[in-house]
Design a protein around this ligand. Structure first.
Ligand code: NI
Length: 389
């Protein structure tokens, strides 16, 4: 990119905010400092601010002109429980916590856009700047909706953005329909009767039952799921037993499932339960399944995806925007917002070498080179959708 896409002064500020937030990572629903900085900056530009939605969430409202049209832009505030190993000068100052998903960059880009839009005011309508807490693990976006996000702050459409390592700087990727998966989490408790390892007939062995259940669950993906549709069942934890000659009383399994369609999600939960209970019955043990639907699928609506593609293409050229990127099995709590309102979630390239390290890795760092591009995308989206006349 030769010509600057965003005012240099704001780019300098965004870099500073990003690195400051990076130094002080805060995890789920504890984003007090980050939220204070965000709210203070928005107010300093004359943007109306609501604090404390979903505990640490912040919503800024900027109304210009008289049009009733209204658009929501969303960024996430939270960091991860991870020990940073980047050695950059702005490394985390808090042990065991780091911004390893680039939410520091997402927050800085949306702040940059807010400042630009508040200063230039070249649109007619209302923009909501949604800074949500706790994207990781506990779905703070869902909590915002439960706490009345769209009743308190109505929008016609809502847009989100995430950096993507491995996608070159200056490129965007998106698709209509399912982009990211629904993520469910489960726990299965198998209770048998403990005993001596040499006298299995005197016990009801929960380990043999657990082994059969893990294997049988894999058959749900291969035998019950339409081969043209995608699903994952991963058992990620097995706990049971203490020593070599004792059959334990109890085994616990836990893990995650991924899917894109509600019908597939329903089928997975139902089949997992029936399979576990059936095998437990055959083995003479009891099985109790807890199944939580924590993240719904992130499904982009058609019109808003076209808007996002057009906006990104105007910025970087149509050839740099992949409008049919393959869906991924990762999950995003922006999916909950898209269940309530039409909208689109887009990936912005974080780079290949610099910025190429995968997210959730202790060596990851958000690439500051993309700050102007992300902020410019937001501003063009607003000026395009809330155009004057
Ligand atoms: Ni993330």
């Amino acid at each position: 990119m030769n010509k600057p896409v965003f005012p240099e002064e704001i780019v300098r500020d965004m870099t500073e905010w990003r690195r400051d937030i990076h130094r002080h990572p805060e995890t789920a629903f504890e984003e007090e400092r980050t939220a204070r900085i965000v709210a203070g900056l928005l107010e300093s530009w004359g943007i109306e601010v609501h604090r404390g939605l979903a505990r640490t969430g912040v919503v800024g409202t900027l109304k210009v002109g008289s049009s009733p049209r209204c658009i929501g832009l969303r960024a996430d505030l939270d960091a991860l429980d991870l020990e940073e190993m980047t050695n950059v000068p702005w490394s985390s100052t808090i042990r065991g916590k780091m911004h390893a998903c680039g939410h520091d960059g997402h927050t800085a880009m949306l702040l940059g856009a807010a400042r630009y839009l508040a200063e230039t005011r070249r649109f007619d309508g209302t923009v909501r700047f949604i800074f949500q807490p706790a994207e990781e693990n506990v779905a703070g976006g869902r909590r915002m909706i439960e706490d009345g996000l769209f009743e308190l702050f109505p929008v016609d459409a809502v847009y989100g953005m995430h950096n993507m390592p491995g996608l070159p700087v200056g490129e965007f990727a998106i698709r209509k329909g399912p982009l990211m998966a629904a993520a469910d989490f489960f726990r299965l408790k198998i209770t048998g009767r403990g005993g001596h390892g040499a006298f299995p007939h005197e016990s009801r062995d929960p380990i043999v039952a657990a082994a059969q259940i893990v294997s049988a669950w894999q058959g749900i993906v291969s035998r019950n799921t339409d081969p043209m549709k995608a699903a994952v069942i991963s058992v990620t934890r097995i706990h049971g037993g203490e020593t070599g000659n004792v059959i334990p009383e109890e085994v616990e399994l836990a893990g995650t499932t991924r899917s894109f369609e509600p019908a597939v999600q329903d089928m997975i939960e139902e089949r997992m339960r029936i399979t576990a209970e059936g095998i437990a019955l055959a083995c003479g043990v009891a099985a109790e399944l807890e199944y939580e639907r924590r993240y719904c699928a992130t499904i982009n609506s058609e019109r808003e995806t076209e808007v996002a593609v057009k906006t990104a293409a105007a910025l970087v050229g149509r050839g740099q925007v992949n409008a049919d990127t393959p869906p991924v099995m990762g999950a995003e709590d922006f999916g909950w917002m898209l269940r309530e309102r039409p909208g689109a979630f887009i990936f912005i390239g974080n780079g290949t070498e610099k910025g190429g390290c995968m997210i959730h890795n202790p060596h990851y760092d958000f690439n500051d080179d993309i700050l102007p591009l992300g902020a410019a995308y937001w501003c063009r989206l607003v000026e395009g959708q809330l155009g004057k006349g």
